[in-house]
Design a protein around this ligand. Sequence first.
Ligand code: ZN
Length: 423
Amino acid sequence: MLQLITARYVMPVSAPVIENGAVLINSRSIMAVGRRATLAVANPEATTVDFGDAVILPPMVNAHTHLELTDYPTWALQAGFSNLSESFADWVVKLVKVRNAQPIAKIKNSLKSGLDQVLKAGTGAIGDILTTLNIHEVYNRTSLKGRIFCELLGHDLTKINERLDFIQESLLRSPPGRFGLGLAPHAPYTLTSTALSHIVLWSERHELPLAIHLAETKEETEFLSGKTGPIAERIFPAAKWRVDDFSDLPANSSVQWLINNAVLPAGSLVVHGVHLTEADINDVARYSWHVVLCPRSNSHFGDSRAAVASYRKAGINLALGTDSRASVSSLSLWDELAYAWRHFPGVCGPSEWLDIATRGGAKALGVDAIMGRLEPGLGANFQIVVPPEIPSTGELAEALCAHADMIDVKALYIDGENILSVN
Ligand SMILES: [Zn+2]
């Protein structure tokens, strides 16, 4: 069945904005994108669904999140923790303590709630970190696409292998929902070089993409250069790890540590990428890694800003992620975009930020053949939003960025179905 979805504006992302535009879809694919009048005349049999003074654009892609932690603020309050600002190391210790105290049923509900929240915020794909591997069936019930990255950390290869065996037998045999799989070696301060290279080899054998938290804080750099600082003094005792078990050679940056120990394959996701030198950024470009920016989460631990201009100059694909509800106030990528727009003034134009939030994320998660721009042949995946005021065509991109946290998401089509009207 042909449908003509129309609105005041269509923003294909890969082409200029169309006023009085329309997207022609069959059951699951985009057939044409253009002016409403032209497409209506050429396709008289199509049913028209008009959204009026609204904007049709690709769905948001939340390229880094931890949806199983969606209910974390409630758990932390119930455990007697406040929401006051805290150091990164103290936050990690608290997070692990609070999460480990939750029964599996609560973590499942929390993931389910996270999946619902991102859909309502106009998100079509996620890069979700899964720590509690045996709740993976929750993903079967969502329309979201993207990639589930199974988290691995520590220095104990026996424990890491147990998780890899589980991933092979449960998740690889029957991938959850509409998602691809990947591995998330957690971070340079939670992995020995031996563990990292073991995980990278395993991922190559199974052709699984990787995502790693990298260069998130200055404490991470301090730890890698001398095994000292708050990570060694607070996180290690809480995890019952010994610094001596992490006997890697000192590295003066997180990217250098990575390159010294195991080069991640092209297409890997570097999440955060805040504390990197220009030389590190050139290495990220040389290895063709994507970078997922999480500016709200970074600000939770002080005023650290990723070098977005340098990333752009180096030609690195950028995506946006909300990170988890343990460090941000919402799972809406529109809220993240609003923050990025204000947090990095003048670094990128509004169209570039919208590209990062949609097409950049789709590329990072390997779903860019079906999502991330409005073009014939892609999946019928798009959102319909209403900004507080309808601007002129030339001002639309800036209005969407400037008012991104006031956007009303009216509809979200995934595979030709309006998911928000179904729910
Ligand atoms: Zn994260």
